[in-house]
Design a protein around this ligand. Structure first.
Ligand code: MN
Ligand code: MN
Length: 260
């Protein structure tokens, strides 16, 4: 069951409306890193997470994200309330669709459920959430860099701050189940390649070494060699018949070895 309070979570004040900036703000309303994505992602995760504590946290943060969505929506509304002429000159999107938020991103692309990353396992979910928070934080910083309105900046700084708080909550939740710095989870035992680092972009002096590719965690494979075979020839009866095929070297039968 949901209740809704009409007061905003944090004050939203816009001193100088700017429809063009309002359109940029859409990125956090109907964009990939936006508040709708975050709120729905954490909410739907809460339906399959067994741990009661983590489930409760996901629900609390999901509802906070809805409160952020409401703030961003209000901010967009305030930035697009200006005279029609100004709106049309600065952002055709709002001149045509009308004032206030829409479930579009800053480029007018419709919000998409594929933005949501969830399912199967609480570790996967929590790691996806850390990535989601990183994307949201980064977008808020980009918006702040382009923002000239003091009131808007204050609200955006609050929203950016909360994404950092959420990141730490998700990290602590992972830590509480021992999965913050353990890459393994789930029920399938990895094979013996798990500690191999393949030096696939090779250039002597430019091959850098660090904790990510050295002992004690990793064995560095300097010159990786293929462990598999050359795939058998492609068999596609519908493919175009090449001129001259069959004359020279065209005798390869389906499944035969490639002639070079
Ligand atoms: Mn948020
Ligand atoms: Mn967040």
């Amino acid at each position: 069951m949901f209740f809704h309070r009409k007061e905003l979570m944090f004050p939203v004040k816009v001193d100088t409306p700017n429809p063009r900036f309002g359109q940029m703000l859409l990125e956090q309303f109907g964009g990939a890193t936006g508040e709708l994505t975050a709120s729905l992602q954490y909410w739907v995760q809460s339906f399959h997470v067994q741990d009661a504590g983590i489930r409760d946290m996901l629900q609390d943060i999901a509802i906070e994200e809805f409160s952020h969505l409401e703030m961003v929506g209000r901010m967009i509304e305030l930035h697009t309330q200006g005279p029609k002429r100004q709106a049309a000159e600065q952002s055709p999107l709002f001149a045509i669709r009308g004032i206030g938020p829409h479930f579009l991103d800053s480029q007018g692309q419709a919000w998409c459920a594929a933005y949501i990353n969830e399912g199967g396992n609480v570790v996967r979910d929590l790691r996806a959430n850390i990535a989601a928070e990183a994307g949201a934080r980064q977008t808020y910083e980009a918006l702040l860099n382009m923002c000239e309105d003091a009131g808007t900046k204050q609200a955006l700084t609050f929203l950016l701050t909360r994404e950092i708080s959420h990141t730490q909550m998700f990290m602590q939740a992972l830590n509480s189940i021992g999965k913050l710095d353990d890459p393994m989870f789930g029920n399938v035992k990895p094979d013996e390649t798990v500690d191999l680092y393949f030096n696939m972009s090779r250039d002597g002096a430019l091959d850098m070494r660090g904790a990510w590719n050295q002992e004690p965690t990793f064995r560095f494979v300097d010159n990786p060699t293929p462990q598999g075979q050359v795939p058998t020839e492609v068999v596609n009866p519908d493919d175009e018949k090449m001129p001259g095929a069959g004359a020279k070297g065209g005798k390869a039968k389906p499944g035969g070895t490639a002639a070079h």
